[in-house]
Design a protein around this ligand. Structure first.
Ligand SMILES: [Zn+2]
Length: 111
């Protein structure tokens, strides 16, 4: 049985993507961010309707950009683009673009 926390865990909803993200962060020399991947939860997916967008929020819904104390961390996936918004050292938003595999699963899990 899964509780709500388990159901929305990135490694449950998107296991392949979670592993990929962890490996990319390690390769990019961000071990402190890689270590957060196993506990990341999807609060909601991005509500834009861009057909190339598979982004999701993992900390809170920021009201506007730029966030205070925020930085962007870009990694180099084999396909598409992945850019993390890191707020106060925590991954807050995962911008995923041009990744149909992630988008399909995300939209099915969060209609
Ligand atoms: Zn979007």
């Amino acid at each position: 049985m899964f509780g709500d926390r388990e159901k929305s865990a990135v490694y449950k909803v998107l296991p392949d993507f979670a592993q990929e993200l962890e490996e990319l962060l390690l390769a990019a020399n961000h071990p402190e961010l890689a270590a957060q991947v196993h506990e990341l939860r999807i609060l909601r997916r991005c509500s834009c309707e861009d057909d190339f967008c598979a982004s999701f929020f993992t900390q809170f819904e920021p009201s506007k950009r730029p966030f205070p104390d925020a930085r962007c961390v870009e990694v180099e996936p084999r396909g598409g683009m992945i850019i993390l918004d890191v707020v106060s050292g925590r991954i807050a938003h995962v911008e995923v673009l041009y990744r149909d595999d992630v988008r399909r699963t995300l939209r099915a899990a969060f209609p």
